[in-house]
Ligand binder design. Sequence first.
Ligand code: TXA
Ligand code: MG
Length: 332
Amino acid sequence: MSRASRIYRGTPRNLAMLAGRLRKGGLVAVPTETVYGLAGDATSRSACVGIFRAKGRPRGDPLIVHIASLRDLGRVARANPAALRLAARFWPGPLTIVLPKTGLVPGEATAGLPSVAVRMPSHPLFRRLIRLAGVPLAAPSANPFGYVSPTTAEHVRRSLGSRVTHILDGGPSRIGLESTIIDLRDPGRPALLRPGAVTRGELARALGMPVAMSRRPAARGRAQVSPGRMRRHYSPRTPVTLHNFLSPRMAAKGRPSDAWLFIAKPAGNAPVRGGNVFWLDAKGDLRRAARRLFATLRSLDEGGFRRIHVERPAGAGLAEALADRLVRASSR
Ligand code: TXA
Ligand code: MG
């Protein structure tokens, strides 16, 4: 029989109880500033296996290991000066760094890879929980494999259901997109594995060298080195069509059973029909758009539309991260 899931507020008593659960190898869904995660003791083989099972995630897709202090970086990874520079500049925050792993991190966490992805999150409740647990916490996004990442505790409850019994509520995720991932195994050749709120330009400035977008394809039957290569990641069930250009006219001429999602509110006296035209932020502010993206895709998915048409943001910086998630949501 499966037990129902429960959402806990971040009281000292609840945090102590959830930390105890983590120390015993149990799983807890946690709030982070990017998206909600499904956390377990990163040093425990069985906890890591439990994470893959709960998500229905293929074993070849490695987990991110979360730490609360810079001292813990050396416990899980072999850092280099470039990594320390990025850590000093962007941690705690939405940046994950891939480095050679230490023996403390089992292959179950890294899908057998000799490297580990490490992040120091900024969400105060998650940080407190890592400290109380006393171990680094492995946590992928807390969604069933392939579906849109959760940005509220309620999203976790609704999509993972009884597969996660303990959910810590830390409010809506402030950033709303998964962390930027940079590969620094070779510090002379930094590679961006996933764009996010820490932008490629910011990374290049901090490192003093350009950061290439990784083009390495996933090797079949082996652990995936570049997460972005997986098709149909982050997808709603409703088919998504991405448009480089979207106009209110297109929406007005289209089928009423299709949804039209703009980045900004379409201008003025345009023929906007009520009920199937949506936007992420009235003014098109990309930070606010990113914060709302996954929740909006979820609610459109539940809206019974035949298809979701989405406008692709152009440009560098956060637009690159938003476009990346939309490309994945639209690939079938
Ligand atoms: O913002 C985030 O990063 C969230 C929160 C919970 O921290 N986590 C997250 O985890 O998005 P997940 O598992 O959904 O995505 C992590 C990605 C995976 O696609 C995986 O392939 C990649 O990180 N990854 C993990 N370890 C890696 C490694 N050693 N080398 C290359 N990629 C790695
Ligand atoms: Mg994920």
